[in-house]
Design a binder for this molecule. Structure first.
Ligand code: NDP
Ligand code: MG
Length: 399
């Protein structure tokens, strides 16, 4: 079973009325770029719902500009500020996790962009699938935590999933029109992050400000740290498994420091197809919003002759052990990846706050994975319980 139907996607016809979009995680890196695309194409898109976690002032500013029907803030303590600013403008407001789930199910939502970070993406994504909404999936953690569960839900829903992550968008683009039986391998590129050339000893003393200096991409803080540990690539291997339905042993990561080749697919005849572009999320976001069609000028053009050299190297799993956790989690199955995700969120937050060192992120995850009880065939309540237990345990071992 796989989530992305890449065969004949290209044959769809354009819709005539603007598509109504719910952007959850509107104040973040993906969310704001999504709203910029929507703003540039009022004939194609309309933001009917925007939602955020805590940054109420940013959400209010976005609502004033984009005039959605509804603005939602997850943090209930910020509700009165949101309501007082927006209700006089005729914009409905709501707060809390349940309000977020209700918002994506509204009749005036055609597609949900899941641009929240971490475990918080799971519940609204499930709500959107149960309501039969199409999903532009940025929140990879949803598939890391509960890939099999989400896949099963999608098989019973009319929702379709379009990948936003640049590597998965690249693979999707390479697969259009191809026979999946002829796919030998998915090759996911990784920039290598800011510590690509650092020793383990150097990384032990790395500060948050060092890890936040991503060489090619401008992203939210959590995914930027995940890129530095290469946990992001581990998560992307799991994400690719569930999106495209290939075993993790057929998915490989390769370090490509220029971030021009966004990913590749190798076929049984030896051919390798790649998708190239500048490191800019506008193209994959637009490709997902447009359900696998091409929006003219979605991204600045790449002048290929400016790149005399594109290089590729094997990742160093000794220096970046988080990368191996993807395969380990998939081989263990059950709730293992949910544990890894929860422990990673706690450890990354602690590193950003200066409470633990960079190399401790991996240790916290491994110790948590050893401690939390294994559940072979988790249902939704098991993910909730596992996420809570793993967070509490990971927090308890921080030093
Ligand atoms: P950011 O940190 O920039 O933004 C996160 C967004 O999620 C913010 O709008 C934030 O709101 C919101 N949010 C946080 N917690 C909650 C919550 N509990 N309930 C509702 N909303 C919440 O993240 P990014 O945009 O960088 O990443 C978003 C997702 O996209 C991640 O899963 C990431 O892995 C994925 N992704 C990102 C890429 C990128 O280029 N940035 C590339 C590929 C994938 P607030 O700030 O108001 O609290
Ligand atoms: Mg990516």
């Amino acid at each position: 079973m796989f989530l992305v139907n890449f065969v004949a996607e290209i044959q769809k016809t354009m819709v005539e009325t603007p598509k109504n979009i719910a952007v959850i995680g509107a104040t973040g890196s993906i969310g704001t770029q999504t709203l910029e695309i929507i703003d540039s194409h009022p004939e194609l898109y309309r933001a009917t719902v925007i939602a955020a976690g805590r940054r109420v002032d940013d959400l209010i500013a976005l609502a004033r500009k984009h005039r959605p029907a509804l603005a939602v803030i997850a943090d209930v303590n910020k509700y009165s500020v949101l309501r007082d600013a927006l209700e006089p403008l005729g914009i409905r407001t709501a707060a809390g996790d349940q309000a977020l789930c209700d918002a994506v199910c509204r009749d005036d939502v055609d597609m949900v962009v899941t641009a929240t970070v971490g475990y918080s993406g799971l519940a609204p994504t499930i709500a959107a699938i149960n309501a039969g909404k199409d999903i532009a999936l940025a929140n990879k953690e949803t598939l890391v935590v509960a890939g099999r569960y989400i896949t099963d839900l999608l098989s019973k829903s009319k929702s379709r999933v379009y990948p936003v992550d640049s590597e998965h968008s690249a693979i999707y683009q390479c697969l259009v029109g191809e026979d999946r039986e002829k796919v030998k391998k998915l090759i996911i590129t990784a920039s290598g992050g800011p510590f690509r050339k650092w020793s383990v000893e150097q990384m032990a003393h790395a500060k948050a400000s060092d890890a936040l200096k991503h060489p090619n991409w401008s992203m939210g803080a959590k995914i930027t740290i995940d890129s530095a540990t290469m946990m992001n690539k581990a998560f992307e291997i799991i994400e690719a498994k569930w999106l495209f339905g290939f075993d993790v042993d057929k998915i490989e990561a390769v370090v490509h420091p220029q971030s021009i080749v966004h990913s590749m697919v190798e076929f049984t005849d030896g051919a390798i197809k790649a998708q190239l572009g500048l490191p800019d999320m506008k193209l994959p976001i637009a490709y997902a919003l447009d359900e696998g069609r091409r929006l003219p000028g979605a991204e600045k053009p790449l002048s290929i002759s400016d790149y005399a050299t594109l290089t590729f190297e094997r990742p160093d799993t000794d220096r970046f052990p988080c990368l191996t956790l993807a395969r380990e989690a998939m081989h263990r199955g059950g709730n293992s990846a949910c544990v890894i995700n929860a422990a990673n969120e706690i450890a990354v937050a602690a590193f950003l706050e200066g409470r633990i060192g960079f190399n401790d992120i991996y240790s916290v995850i491994v110790r948590t994975l050893d401690k939390i009880s294994y559940i072979a065939d988790p249902v939704y309540e098991d993910f909730v319980a596992t996420n809570n237990e793993a967070r509490i345990f990971a927090e308890s071992i921080l030093y």
